[in-house]
Each structure stands twice: as C-alpha cells, then as structure tokens.
Design a protein around this ligand. Structure first.
Ligand SMILES: Cc1ncc(COP(=O)(O)O)c(C=O)c1O
Length: 379
C-alpha cells in the first residue's frame, strides 16, 4: 500500500498547546519496575490506606454476572442512597465518574470563552484545567499567610463575567479550610450570577467544630454545587464515583452535557454499599486522626515545618532541598507529592498512611536529612 501523509497536518485546538496536563502521583507498579524494588509505599494521592469498604467489595462480587447489561443511566439506587444519607431529595444529586468528571461537566455546562472562573491559589489543579479547556479566563486568588482563605479577597475578584467560584475546603494541597461563618458570609455576599463550587472531597476528615460541608447552603437555596467523592473516605478511587449536590434546576442543566452511561454499574453498587458501611467509615476516620497526630509529632521531632491539616494529607516544608529529598524518597520506594506544580518548591504533600507506612516514610526521611546534613567531602 502507498505510504500515508503522516499526521503532521492534523491540528488540535489552539488552547491545548497552552494547557498543563494533570500530574498524578506515580502508580506503585511503575516505581517498582523503574527501581527494581518490591517494597513501595504510596503516600501521594490521598487514598484510603486501609483499603476499600468491605461492603462495597461484596456488592461488586454480587453484581459481576450482570455486567453484560448497560448501567443505569439515571443512577437511581445510588442517588437514593446518597440523598438518604444527607436527608435530601434524589433530584438534588448527580452522580459522576469521579469528582473530576463533575468539574469537567460544570465547565462544559456553564463556561463560554472569556467567562471568568475564580480559583484560590494554590488549590486542586482540575478547576483551572476545566476553565482553560473551555477558553475561560482563570482568575487566581492567592491564599493568605498560613494558606488561610480570605473571603474578602475572593469577593474582590468577582466581576460581571464571573461564572464559577471554586472553593476547596479542606483545601488540596494545604489542608486548610474556610470557617462556616466566613463561608456563609462569602456565599451570601456574592452576586446571584456566580455559581459556587464547594469541593468537599476531604470534608469527612475534618475534626474542627466550625466547619461546614456546605449542604445547608444548598438547602437554603443558594447557587452552590457541593462536590463529593467516593475516592477518599470510602476507598473507591480506582472505580471512579463522585457526585454533586445542588438545586434540581442546576442538576438538570449539568445533566444536559453528561454522557448517558458515565458511571459503570460496579461503581454504582459499590458506592451505594460503601455509604452505608459505618464500620469502615469510622475505622478510616479514626486511623486518619491518629495518623495526623503521629505525623505532626514525628515532624516536630525532626524540626520540620508543616501546615496543620483538616484532611488526610499534610503539606510539609522542607526548604530548598525539597525536590532532592522528594527524589531520594522515591529512590527509596516512598512516593509522596512534590509541591512544585503548585508553585511551592520548598514543600511536599504527604498522605496519611497506616502506622507502618508512616514509620517507613519517617525512617527514610530521617536518613535522607542526615545525609544532606553531612558536609560534602572536598575534591
Ligand atoms: C480536592 C479534590 N477534589 C476532587 C478530587 C477528585 O476526586 P475523584 O475524581 O477521584 O472523585 C480530588 C482528587 O484527588 C481532590 O483532591
């Protein structure tokens, strides 16, 4: 056959050349393969260290023989389970292929080119990605000292063109949160053309009394979408289920752009079981709280700075050697997240793990810090 012309004249959308791809934490198998080592500890993606909900696993097993059928496009049973959990109406719930898909759907539903999207900085990168993808203008609002939110700064960034305002609380990667009172003031002060996207992916790990998961704002009729996920607390990151909670009118508009079969059936049955698995939820929360306290003590002992976190990860300050330390941790089979992509070159983000995983992390970190402290031998 004659040789084809190649693909050099096939042109993607202009915007794609200016977009940064998402950089996920490396999978365990890749690090094992690269380093030729068996023992790899992943504390990079804020996953559940005790594993998936056992009730979810049972539900998946029981459903396996039916996967010749298409999934329920309306996710009826799962929406009912979620609505029951929060005492809401199922019409206020939209289930998605992970929280990530909800961010894409929100962008596709609400953003025209040149609309404005407010994102705190630093925060979860998918908000910016969704805005850029649609050609919207992303307006970053820096967090204050100690990575604290400032409602007034966010309000000051609003213009007539603002369509979406993202608020991640607790925030990824800082673990800081906006207090309930400040959140209520912010939402009540916004002009009514701004839709707030309140990302509560880590809400279940909060132990502060003055936190809100945002649901009461949906109930009170504010234009807000609460984003949630089964990837963290429920241990289902690999099967991809998230959801949004909002006014049925907002949900109906997002449904206009959703693929019919966006959530596979194993994910639907797993999530419906996991949300009822109180033993797994309690065990996960308890482990996280203990793990956080232990990690603080371990970091204090090493004289390292960190941002107190309401989440299942901690942002640790390592100074100018942070990237070297991150690379060396990786060489020793410990995967954490280097924070350079958030413009925090002196930091890493470490997920809370099992006591054994954390002990390994601290053991290797201590050894690396000691080797860096050695004066280098003169040539
Ligand atoms: C703040 C935040 N929101 C949303 C997500 C998306 O979660 P998923 O797509 O796994 O449901 C993540 C995942 O890391 C996250 O950190």
């Amino acid at each position: 056959m004659e040789k084809g012309p190649g693909i050099s004249n096939i042109v993607s959308r202009n915007i794609l050349s200016r977009m940064k791809p998402y950089s996920p934490g490396k999978p365990i198998w890749e690090v094992q393969q690269e380093l030729g080592i068996e023992r790899v500890t992943k504390l990079a993606s804020n996953e559940n260290p005790i594993g998936p909900s056992p009730m979810a696993l049972e539900a998946i097993q029981a459903y396996l023989t039916e996967i010749n059928r298409y999934p329920d496009a309306d996710t009826v049973h799962l929406r009912k389970a979620i609505a029951g959990h929060y005492a809401l109406d199922p019409e206020q719930v939209l289930v998605t292929n992970g929280g990530d898909e909800l961010i894409t759907l929100l962008s596709e539903t609400f953003l025209d080119a040149d609309d404005e999207v407010i994102v705190p900085s630093p925060t979860f990168s998918e908000y910016e990605f969704g805005g850029n993808l649609l050609g919207a203008k992303v307006v970053p609002v820096p967090l204050r000292e100690g990575f604290a939110y400032d409602a007034d700064e966010l309000l000051a960034a609003v213009t007539e063109r603002t369509k979406l305002l993202y608020l991640c609380s607790p925030n990824n990667p800082t673990g800081t949160y906006m207090k309930k009172e400040e959140l209520h003031r912010l939402v009540a002060s916004l002009p009514s053309h701004v839709l707030v996207v309140y990302d509560g992916a880590y809400s279940h790990f909060v132990t502060a009394d003055d936190y809100s998961d945002g649901i009461e704002l949906v109930r009170s009729g504010f234009p807000i979408v609460v984003l949630q996920t089964f990837s963290k607390l429920y241990g289902l990151a690999g099967i991809r289920v998230g959801y949004g909670i909002a006014d049925p009118g907002i949900i109906a508009r997002i449904r206009q752009v959703k693929e019919p079969f966006n959530v596979n059936m194993l994910a639907q049955v797993a999530a419906a079981a996991a949300i009822r698995d109180e033993a797994h939820v309690e065990a996960t929360r308890a482990l996280n709280e203990q793990g956080r306290d232990t990690l603080y003590a371990q970091l204090d002992a090493l004289n390292l700075g960190y941002t107190p976190s309401m989440s299942n990860f901690v942002l640790v300050e390592l100074g100018p050697d942070a990237k070297t330390i991150y690379d060396r941790l990786m060489q020793r089979g410990i995967i954490v997240r280097y924070a350079g992509s958030w413009h925090l070159p002196n930091h890493i983000r470490v997920s809370i793990g099992t006591p054994e995983e954390q002990a390994l992390f601290i053991q290797e970190l201590t050894a690396i810090l000691a080797s860096l402290a050695q004066p280098s031998t003169p040539i």
